[in-house]
Design a protein around this ligand. Structure first.
Ligand code: DCP
Ligand code: MG
Ligand code: MN
Length: 348
């Protein structure tokens, strides 16, 4: 979804990119994440290419593009079409799976199941499917959630969160990350990172609940999707204990006619600020390459921290290493021997 926020019109390889994008989306829907990512990488490589690709040699010189994908791009250039894509699109399950994938809270297993149960429309789901509470909300706001949020609306939403926080829990530091921080003209949702400015006070449910409650009282938050405090020792890739609380919900500007929007509020300890800021700014693809680079340097990078002296045996960590002091995003780039990249240059 993230990539659809960047217009490719005007790009010399626009036609190729559009087809690859469709392929990436369909692979995601049919639960082939690996291929979906491979296509996304090729798209990013093409987006950075300033001239129209015309020869097979030019395709082969693109970074990240492997043989089979190069052949597909060559097919698009030669024939203006892609047999594999047409085959995908004529499969009778794909359009339905794509429709169902738009229900927030429904993963590929669920959408497959719904299809197998004979459901074909959103109305079928409404009337006959067994839905989780989250999926019910995803269905209720199907059209709203699948409509991108203009940048200035995100700004106004952020303003309300900041103003309300100032009233209820003064001293919080609040920053909107995700595609918004990458300066996209529109966003899929709103990702807001929150911590205490002074870095001393700890985050507790008793601090967060009043903020959430107040945002509900003023009619800004309309529905809860997920609200949980995570002690992420088990889920964190670094294996280190961290306290992070996430609230996934639905918000709406007070004007008539405004749509319901997905909002993530992520409360983190102050010492994790820079690593969380980096992680939640993304893009997801940029994060993957940063983590891969960290691994190569025997480090490990996550939303919670940057660790060095990590010892791995295969994918397993034998020694989880020591946390590095990361006061700023710049410091993380420095540890990884990378020149700093501002958020708007982090799409790949
Ligand atoms: N993220 C990640 N890997 C994932 C999901 C998310 O690294 N599988 C990180 C990078 C994302 C950030 O979290 O930029 C926020 O996630 P979103 O899904 O909200 O993605 P974006 O904000 O980038 O795009 P969108 O405009 O679709 O919300
Ligand atoms: Mg987002
Ligand atoms: Mn998000």
């Amino acid at each position: 979804e993230a990539s659809s926020s960047t217009p490719v019109v005007g790009n010399p390889n626009e036609k190729i990119i559009e087809k690859l994008r469709e392929m990436s989306k369909l692979y995601l829907i049919t639960n082939d994440k690996g291929r979906s990512i491979a296509y996304q990488k090729a798209i990013e490589a093409l987006k950075r290419c300033t001239h129209p690709i015309r020869t097979y040699e030019e395709i082969k010189s693109l970074p990240y593009v492997k043989q089979s994908l190069a052949d597909k791009i060559w097919e698009i250039i030669r024939t203006n079409g892609l047999v594999k894509l047409s085959a995908f699109q004529s499969r009778d399950d794909v359009a339905t799976l794509a429709l169902f994938a738009g229900v927030w809270g429904a993963g590929t297993e669920t959408t497959k199941q719904w299809f197998a149960q004979g459901f074909r429309t959103l109305d079928d789901l409404r009337k006959r499917a067994r839905l989780t509470r989250t999926q019910q909300i995803g269905l209720k706001y199907y059209n709203d959630f699948n409509t991108r949020i203009p940048r200035d609306e995100v700004t106004r939403i952020e303003t309300i969160v900041k103003r309300t926080a100032d009233e209820v829990v003064p001293g919080l530091m609040i920053e909107t990350c995700g595609s918004y921080r990458r300066l996209k003209p529109s966003c899929g949702d709103i990702d807001i990172l929150i911590t205490f400015k002074d870095g001393k006070r700890h985050l507790h449910e008793s601090v967060l609940a009043p903020l959430i409650d107040k945002l509900k009282d003023i009619g800004f938050l309309t529905d809860d999707l997920i609200n949980h405090s995570e002690t992420s020792s088990s889920s964190s890739s670094t294996g280190h204990i961290s306290e992070q609380m996430t609230y996934f919900g639905v918000c709406r500007l007070p004007e008539t006619g405004s749509l319901h929007r997905r909002i993530d509020l992520i409360f983190i300890p102050a010492n994790e600020w820079a690593c969380s800021l980096l992680y939640f700014t993304g893009s997801a693809m940029f994060n993957r390459s940063m983590r891969r680079l960290a691994r190569r340097l025997n480090m490990s990078l996550s939303q919670h921290g940057l660790y060095h002296g990590v010892v791995r045996k295969g994918v397993e960590k034998i020694n989880t290493g020591q946390a590095l002091n990361t006061p700023t995003e710049e410091s993380i780039f420095q540890y990884l021997n990378l020149p700093y990249r501002p958020p708007e240059d982090r799409d790949h």
